[in-house]
Ligand binder design. Structure first.
Ligand SMILES: Nc1ncnc2c1ncn2[C@@H]1O[C@H](COP(=O)(O)OP(=O)(O)OP(=O)(O)O)[C@@H](O)[C@H]1O
Length: 267
């Protein structure tokens, strides 16, 4: 066990979500065991287990630097764990790169969207769905319609405003026809109108699509998630059904601050 200074600050808490959840789903789903990530000697994430079964809507919350994006990056394959194992539908994918995982059904959006800035909006979505080009569920234009960018198809992606760029990032991820959608602060920097639109879009996605949501905005978490994991200094502070975690006095005191919103804790 690593003894990095970050991690020692909080007790180890086993997940309330058993690996039986994956078994219940006939072995399908995304599962990590003994997942640890360190930068040099500093461990920034240390989780015994983390599982996503089909149709799960799972939010990861916690203060800045808690390890939320690190966990998402490990699941997406953007970074590799220092130790631990990740499986997807029973297959070990720990060393698989992000592109391989996207083709296998694990797509993600970014905290800072990195859409192909020189391509048109439409071509970005074509790229996102490239591996399904012979048998797409929807055309690129239909994905743009869904996210409200129908009128921007021929615009250069790098010239989009922040909110539109985020929506494009989502369309690119969806064009990959994910079974697991990883969302890194999808509502960050959005106006209330854009957040409402985002919630409509995400709430309208097929029920079988699993979602892992890193988000500071508790209104978004409440609208989308049925399960919450609270990370603190890289460890699971607690997890459980969304309403139970939101009512937990320690979570409220440590993280939520003012009722109903986490924004205050992050500003
Ligand atoms: N490339 C890196 N090199 C060194 N330390 C890093 C690196 N990336 C992240 N960290 C550290 O890892 C810890 C976890 O970072 P991470 O981005 O996962 O936190 P987070 O919970 O997503 O935070 P936020 O809410 O601010 O996005 C932080 O202490 C951060 O400074």
């Amino acid at each position: 066990m690593n003894t990095g200074q970050h991690i020692d600050a909080i007790d180890y808490v086993p997940s309330r979500r058993a690996h039986a959840d994956i078994d219940r789903a006939d072995g399908t789903g995304l599962a990590a065991t003994g997942l640890r990530h360190a930068y040099r000697e500093l461990t920034v994430l240390d989780l015994d287990a983390f599982t996503i079964a089909p149709a799960d809507r799972h939010a990861i919350i916690g203060p800045n630097g808690a390890g939320k994006s690190t966990l998402l990056n490990l699941l997406a394959g953007t970074i590799r764990p220092t130790t631990g194992r990740i499986t997807y539908n029973g297959q070990v994918i720990t060393r698989r790169r992000a592109g391989w995982r996207a083709r296998a059904g694990i797509s993600r959006t970014f905290q800072h969207p990195t859409v192909y800035p020189g391509l048109t909006v439409l071509d970005c979505v074509r790229m996102g769905g490239y591996h399904h080009r012979r048998n797409p569920e929807h055309t690129p234009q239909e994905w743009l319609d869904l996210v409200g960018l129908a009128g921007y198809a021929q615009q250069v992606a790098g010239e989009l405003a922040h909110g539109h760029r985020r929506m494009l990032d989502l369309a690119v991820a969806l064009a990959g026809q994910p079974r697991v959608l990883l969302l890194d602060e999808p509502a960050a920097g959005f106006t209330d109108t854009e957040t409402t639109r985002l919630l409509d879009i995400l709430g309208g996605l097929p029920g079988w699509m699993a979602m892992v949501l890193v988000e500071h905005d508790m209104a978004v978490v409440t609208a989308l998630a049925d399960w919450i994991t609270v990370l603190h200094h890289g460890r699971r502070h607690t997890d459980g059904p969304a309403d139970v975690v939101r009512a937990d006095p320690t979570v409220r005191a440590l993280y939520l601050g003012a009722p109903e919103t986490a924004h205050a804790a992050h500003r």
